[in-house]
Ligand binder design. Sequence first.
Ligand code: GPU
Length: 823
Amino acid sequence: MSRVCKMSKNVREVFRLDELKDDIRRNMVALLGNDPRSKRKFSYYNALAYSVRERLVDLWMRTQSDYYDSMAKRVYYLSMEFLPGRFLMNYLTNMGIVDECREIVAELGFSLEELEEEEWDAGLGNGGLGRLASCYLDSMVSQNIPGYGYGILYDYGIFYQSIVNGNQEERCDNWRRHGCPWEITRLDTLYEVKFYGRSETYYDSDGNVRFRWVDTENVMAMPCDILIPGYGCSHVSNMRLWTAQSSREFNLSDFNRGDYIGAMHGKVMSENITKVLYPNDQFLQGMELRLKQQYFLVSATFQDILRRYLKQHTSLAALPEAVAVQLNDTHPAIAIPELMRLLMDVYGMGWDVAWDICTRTFAYTNHTVLPEALETWPVDLLGRLLPRHMQIIYEINRRFLEGVAATFPGDTERLSRMSVIQEEGGQRVRMANLAIVGSHTVNGVAALHSNILQTGLFRDFHEYYPRKIRNVTNGVTPRRWLMQCNPALSRLITQSIGPEWCCNLEKLRELVPLAEDSAFRDAWARAKLENKRLLSRYVLRKVQMGINPNTLFDMQFKRMHEYKRQLLNVMHVISLFNRIKDNPSADITPRTVLFGGKAAPGYYQAKLIIRLINEVARVVNADADVAGRLRVAFLPNYCISQAEKVVPAADLSEQISTAGMEASGTGNMKFALNGALTIGTLDGANVEIMEEVGAENIFIFGLKAHEVAEKRRSGYNPREFYENDAELRRVMDMIGSGFFSPDERGLFSPVYDSLMHHGDYYMLMADYRPYMEAQAAVDALYLDQDQWVRKSILNAANMGKFSSDRSVMEYARGIWHVEPLGK
Ligand code: GPU
């Protein structure tokens, strides 16, 4: 049993809480140079943060030496994105000292909540993919699985979104402007990362042909660690984020030539690598700087992995027994030729031995089937930036295709589909093919998605490697996504079934019988109402709009994407508006429809839909007939800390993507876990949510994935729905004719045209009527609060499967082959 495990016994003693207040005051002076008599919230937040962090450093060091002593196999989770949000409350929650801390902070004259609000989100990701990585780190360390996150410390995270005259405007997110107390910068550790140059052959002393990468331009990578505390402080791990520093020698040579500005230019250019996160979600832009970022992450990380490994091993032959590397999508897939290069060119191995090590080390997770998101890099770009890697990729492909050709003789079409090199339209490297060939396991992120990989996108690979492509359904951490974000509900659950649920989410099933207990239902409804009140106050503060907590809170919060179909939701809102206008005295269920989400800055259609939401909101909210029955708002700058306010307050969760397009979704899990009912298509993890909560407790509608595929094949005609449905026709005509944009009648024509004239690729017209019917069922059920609350309880109670603890254990046992330490 590890030393660390015993630490959680007496938190007061372990975390020296009696000294915390003094430490906060000391840090105010010593670290921040502030007068402790000052009442600046920001200073106190920082002083508290440092005081909390220093209590974990010791545990972190013990954890690391536990890993070292036991020679445990380590998991490296490589991701271009992490989306941790704020750290303070997560540290306190996982340390189990929220209440104690609240008291201490009160003695200093603050509320914990106001200090919490001083922290900027760490927005080092776009959306679900980055947040999943952060949930997995929480679950790994909480379950004693020795793992690390490796990523990039962007100076500028995902942009700050504001809404000006209904339009999205982007401002840069200078999140570390005032420092970040959670970072531990390792100034003394620097790795060199090479770019450009050329691959050179030479003969080694045995007369063998070898390769080396020469005439490179070098940049230094410096690590910055952020601690990740496990729940109950079982262990403390870290994510290691790299920042680019100019290399010293390239400066010096220029200085010696007297070219000061030239030297500075080079310095600035090289440090640009980690300047900014690319804000595209599921869209490849193909910029050289992005490929540089990817290789920068991979090169620095592998130097670190091998350094740590070689401290305890003399030969690299056993690497796959000591190291598992998970590639979070193809973004870090250049790691495969990089490890080959290191093993062959630096450590002198032959191809076959190196390839065997490589393919036993890597596993790859696919997160999308959208064609515009699949990474391909032009051969000339990749070959110029990473010439030796390009050579290795060609050789991987040559050997791979040899194998395929032997299995499927004469099937040249199959060869060209499976090739790592795409030939048509100029040679490009298909990163997904490279990742599949170089990994022992490939997984999709929900059952339906993995199935689509096996039978659709990666069908040829599934035929060739029948056991390689598998499923691990996503999950979310119950610590942040219930315990921390929803204290009212957490308290009620713990009072009713005890505290174990937060480490064993299946325990929530014990709530099932309580759905029949009217006192419990009342308490459940009160918790929801309290959260809705809190959110109403937030909405008033943010967008100066009053919303009524007694109305149905209908929420769609996620990145703006055509396939996620925020537009379908808007079409429902417009239809409700029309029904009220036609019959102002009609008895309808009062609703508040809330939206949030960022659009990629270059995604025209997604930005236009934001504008449409805001213009519809303007019309609806100003209408006297509608008052009290329908309100619409778009909350700017959706981010993790906003999600923590939104999710607990939802009655209805909108998960309405075109079936077959959302790989999994994780917002769907967060909302249902917090007692929202889902209206959704049979897409991604919605399918499994329905299986868990029961078809009678969820509003499923619309085309199924195979029907979407069939319709695309047989010819889909959106106009047919327009012609046969008067209510739909009216909605479309209002959008197209400028009803919501009287000063600019043609403003929304592109929205109208995409559905009516450009094929309605995401099939909103086909799903409109079924969606309207499902929404009518929602309205009816909401009027019966007793039934609604019962179903709300049953939703939360049946979400056990969607804990990221379960997902991580599936990876650990089935893919990484690691066991929790100390068990
Ligand atoms: N996802 Br690829 C992203 O958030 N960004 C990406 O670049 C890619 C995928 C999402 C999927 O859209 C979502 O369905 C999934 O739940 C999430 O990754 C985590 O797997």
